[in-house]
Write a protein that binds this ligand. Structure first.
Ligand code: ADP
Length: 220
């Protein structure tokens, strides 16, 4: 029925996670088909999503009738019911949906999802837990880790860097981190260049292997 294009995403399970994904996709300008077996949840989303339907997503025929085979991308936000999560992924695979992201509620759940062909397994609670731990224990103002052990953090610049150029401070040589952006108090972020002079009291965006970023944040 032609609803599926590059910009369209089907989100299955409109709980806290799936709901947040659906809303963000809408804000980013995508068309979203939301599916949940819970009538109340479906009604609740009715006026916000492009299309929303009540269905059991483990039922391949039901998904076919909703036009799911037209979609190239799906997000499965079912976490607490592992059987429903797995069977939904199997149904999506059978229907030829090429790019599947699924939430895992535990590492074992994640292992199963990977083994049945989920392309992106996400662990929202675990990821946010790690992030909060970094934010409250280190000097990081913000922190994002990618699943390949690479991280980007917002940190206060080390005191002894003030007034020197980034080339001179040599954070890449000393800590293995690359400065991506520099922010003076009250100003916008600027792209960092070797000749950029680090202002006193500024904030840096640094990128690098997670361990290096952590080591650097501990000394700033
Ligand atoms: P969260 O913690 O993000 O709220 P849950 O796993 O608690 O995640 O919620 C998952 C959502 O998925 C619920 O709204 C639930 O109704 C829905 N759901 C669970 N099983 C199915 C299924 N077989 N078909 C469709 N929706 C389902």
């Amino acid at each position: 029925n032609g609803t599926g294009t590059e910009d369209n995403v089907v989100v299955i399970g409109l709980g806290r996670f799936g709901g947040a994904v659906a809303k963000s996709l809408l804000d980013l300008g995508h068309e979203v088909l939301g599916i949940d077996e819970n009538q109340e949840i479906v009604q609740d989303w009715g006026d916000r999503l492009t299309h929303v339907a009540a269905a059991d997503s483990t039922d391949e025929d039901a998904l076919r009738q909703l036009g799911v085979p037209d979609f190239t991308r799906a997000v499965v936000g079912i976490g607490s019911n592992i059987e429903a999560s797995v069977l939904t992924v199997v149904a999506l695979t059978e229907l030829g949906v090429g790019d599947i992201t699924a939430k895992a509620s535990s590492s074992k759940h994640g292992k199963i999802l990977r083994s049945i062909g989920v392309h992106h397994v996400v662990y929202p609670e675990q990821a946010m837990g790690e992030r909060v731990a970094h934010l409250i224990t280190g000097k990081m103002l913000d922190f994002i880790e990618f699943d390949d052990g690479f991280a980007i953090a917002k940190v206060r610049a080390p005191r002894d860097a003030a007034g020197r150029s980034l080339a001179d401070v040599g954070l890449r040589t000393h800590y293995g981190v690359t400065v991506v952006g520099v922010k003076r108090p009250g100003a916008d972020f600027e792209y960092a260049r070797p000749e950029t002079v680090v202002p006193r009291g500024c904030t840096l965006i640094v990128a690098g292997p997670t361990a290096s970023v952590e080591r650097f944040a501990a000394v700033t």
